[in-house]
Design a protein around this ligand. Sequence first.
Ligand SMILES: *[C@@H]1O[C@H](CO)[C@@H](O)[C@H](O)[C@H]1NC(C)=O
Ligand SMILES: *[C@@H]1O[C@H](CO)[C@@H](O)[C@H](O)[C@H]1NC(C)=O
Ligand SMILES: *[C@@H]1O[C@H](CO)[C@@H](O)[C@H](O)[C@H]1NC(C)=O
Ligand SMILES: [Zn+2]
Length: 472
Amino acid sequence: MLWTAALCLLWASTALAAPAGGARHKVLLISFDGFRWDYDRDVDTPNLDQMARDGVKALYVTPPYLTLTSPTHFTLLTGRYIENHGVIHNMWFNTSSQEKKPYYQTLFVNDWWDNGSLPIWITAQRQGLKAGSLHFPGTASSYQGQVAMVREVEPLLYNYNNETAWRENADKVMGWFRDRDLDFVSLYFGEPDGTGHRYGPDSPERRKMIEQVDRTVGYIRRSAADHRLDDRLNIIITSDHGMTTVYRNGLVREITLRDIPGFSFRDLAFHLVDYGPCGMLLPKPGRLEKVYGALKGAHPHLHVFKKEELPERFRFSRHDRILPLVLLSDAGYVINGYFPVQFNKGEHGFDNQDLDMKALFRAVGPAFRRNLEVGPFETVHIYPLMCHILGIRPELNDGRLSATQHLLVAGGSGGTPGEWTAPWRQPWRRNLARVAVFTLWLETLRPGRKSQSLVSAEEPEPDSGPGHQEVV
Ligand SMILES: *[C@@H]1O[C@H](CO)[C@@H](O)[C@H](O)[C@H]1NC(C)=O
Ligand SMILES: *[C@@H]1O[C@H](CO)[C@@H](O)[C@H](O)[C@H]1NC(C)=O
Ligand SMILES: *[C@@H]1O[C@H](CO)[C@@H](O)[C@H](O)[C@H]1NC(C)=O
Ligand SMILES: [Zn+2]
């Protein structure tokens, strides 16, 4: 009787939202770069459809502005808007030396990434969990001296669209979860972004690439089952941004800064243009108004803002790295410097309010509800959701758990990040566990009961840290 009561208490202290088997929830965060929210509408995607029936599907998710790969991925990992985490562009640059580094080289500029915000790997590890990352932007860098425990960075000139390699990477990550008992892994695929740029989002090539992505989603879920991770692993599939068709072939008047009357590159100390629809300018001292005046209203699809005048909703003003003048163009237009030098048929980087910049979101696993379709939310809210599932205390962030909590099964309870309490610090839970342990101990004193039974009951040790604790 006492024994049963004790077991009930133990159960009550740990069972809410704990996955079957009582083990800690694991999370796999997958990004398919440039997967626009509606890419599954003109392609047969049986595996994504099955995942939606087994889990949660959002109509779309809104990335932060500006909608470029490294900045938006770092928002997924930190829950911070770009102006707050500081990875403000795919390219590192130095306005004094004029030096710029392309996307791949920038992955290795530690100072660029380690600018005050901690990605979830480091936070999880500091709280006793194990984290890994494969090819996710930000993986190569260290943060306050720490790196993801298990990590793999792609080599230069990596072939991002090789389906066989995708499957090997999926199996590798499942092996990390099973054999090295990782709790969190982020996994990145460079498609359908590459195909979307090259052939355009409405091309048959893009549709074919979505079929490849869909096959891979099926493969990943089968691999999780084969590795016996089904009852513990939560899989989130999302993306960094969408894609839109660029107007070409004389269809429209392109934006070329050099052709704008009154504008001169000689008034600039530094410029970052020829990068899709995003531009930033540093005028020479005393020339800001001149440059601004020349560009303002110069082209109906070019918008120029003084950094501090950028509408609040962009959340792209505050950081020192953002240059004094910010340029952005309407969907379909890119910003060229001296000549039109951009030949992609698809592009991103546009206003995150544009529907073509929205990304997909799917999730499945023991923490998530089944067969649930929800409305849109911002990708900044995925971070507190992941922290909640993992049972870790989030860093200061711009997301809200309340924006994503309805995706979770009952028992995914807990406060907003502000009032969040780690599960092992919640007094009711700790006390319940203590009562249970005490009752079990009493039970061992009774004659005829072997103390071994305590071992199988897995005594919770409230102050031993998160490694032994269950998830709320
Ligand atoms: C930027 O370039 C200047 C001039 O070459 C140099 O003094 C400075 O150290 C550089 N800054 C960084 C962060 O590389
Ligand atoms: C972020 O980087 C800027 C330079 O780009 C630097 O001035 C600032 O101190 C850095 N902040 C942190 C917290 O690393
Ligand atoms: C694709 O990846 C597989 C496995 O890594 C490799 O053996 C194969 O050579 C690759 N094919 C191409 C075309 O890169
Ligand atoms: Zn891209």
